[in-house]
Design a protein around this ligand. Sequence first.
Ligand SMILES: C[C@@]1(CC(=O)O)c2cc3[nH]c(cc4nc(cc5[nH]c(cc(n2)[C@H]1CCC(=O)O)[C@@](C)(CC(=O)O)[C@@H]5CCC(=O)O)C(CC(=O)O)=C4CCC(=O)O)c(CCC(=O)O)c3CC(=O)O
Ligand SMILES: NC(=O)C1=CN([C@@H]2O[C@H](COP(=O)(O)OP(=O)(O)OC[C@H]3O[C@@H](n4cnc5c(N)ncnc54)[C@H](O)[C@@H]3O)[C@@H](O)[C@H]2O)C=CC1
Length: 219
Amino acid sequence: MHDTTGSGGAEDVTAVADTPPQDRLYPLGLVVRDRRVVVVGGGPVAERRTLGLVGAGARVTLVAPTVTTSLRAHAEAGTIDWRARDYSAGDVDGAWLVHTATGVPEVDSRVAADAEAQRTFCVQAGDAGQGSAWVPAVARVTVSGGAEVGIAVHGGRDPRRARRVRDAVAAGLESGALPLRRVRTRSGTAAGAATAPTAPTAPSVTSRSWAAVPAPTVW
Ligand SMILES: C[C@@]1(CC(=O)O)c2cc3[nH]c(cc4nc(cc5[nH]c(cc(n2)[C@H]1CCC(=O)O)[C@@](C)(CC(=O)O)[C@@H]5CCC(=O)O)C(CC(=O)O)=C4CCC(=O)O)c(CCC(=O)O)c3CC(=O)O
Ligand SMILES: NC(=O)C1=CN([C@@H]2O[C@H](COP(=O)(O)OP(=O)(O)OC[C@H]3O[C@@H](n4cnc5c(N)ncnc54)[C@H](O)[C@@H]3O)[C@@H](O)[C@H]2O)C=CC1
């Protein structure tokens, strides 16, 4: 029996064809700490992506003539480098990762093409098909005792489905229905395979450490 109401039942997955294997994403956790990431655009979408990047320690250069109040505050505090103007060629030079979210298709296309030409991954918020990376729906779940796992869900180009699945998994972890306990016992190692590195606040450790992740020479 198929659920055709769109109410969120598991049957919904049959409503669209499976993603062909060659179009599948390759999920990856990026260590962006101290690495330069360029965000083009300064609206709510650019803000959401920028805050996530700053939270992971990236050095964000943001190019946009106007920005949200929150982004302006970050620029004034020095946590991001804001170039208050339109995008121009050369802005993505040397970036490890690029996001573009201007709402202007020609600009987003140009940014994506410039990033592609220098082999830098680019998230194109207005047309995912033009980009080379997508942002998953993310949650970090912590329980008493400090166990933490990061959840990153891709929804097959359906952001609200990704969010819904993410929220369901997070709720399962928080309620104890899903396992969250640490498996490795060595201090300082990840609390589980899905745990994201939190380098800036990670404890100093013995054998394996996030601090051992090679630092970039340029950003
Ligand atoms: C493909 C992808 C590529 C990418 O990374 O940009 C993409 C693309 C697009 N999103 C669009 C619209 C919206 N996206 C959101 C929200 C989120 N979008 C996110 C990810 C992704 N969005 C990637 C898919 C990941 C996957 O499925 O694997 C989340 C999960 C992560 C994040 O952004 O942080 C975050 C929820 C996070 C959270 O809830 O915590 C909302 C809701 C809102 O803003 O409240 C809307 C409006 C409502 C709607 O349309 O559903 C449009 C049309 C734009 C237009 O109409 O012009 C495109 C363009 C296109 O599909 O080509
Ligand atoms: N992928 C996703 O998750 C989502 C994507 N979108 C899409 O993302 C895009 C951005 O959405 P919003 O942030 O709401 O847009 P917005 O219109 O609020 O902000 C656009 C920003 O881009 C800047 N901008 C405009 N022209 C520019 C240029 N030439 N160079 C540099 N910056 C420039 C503006 O100054 C402004 O700061 C839209 O295409 C929207 O449809 C919207 C929701 C979610």
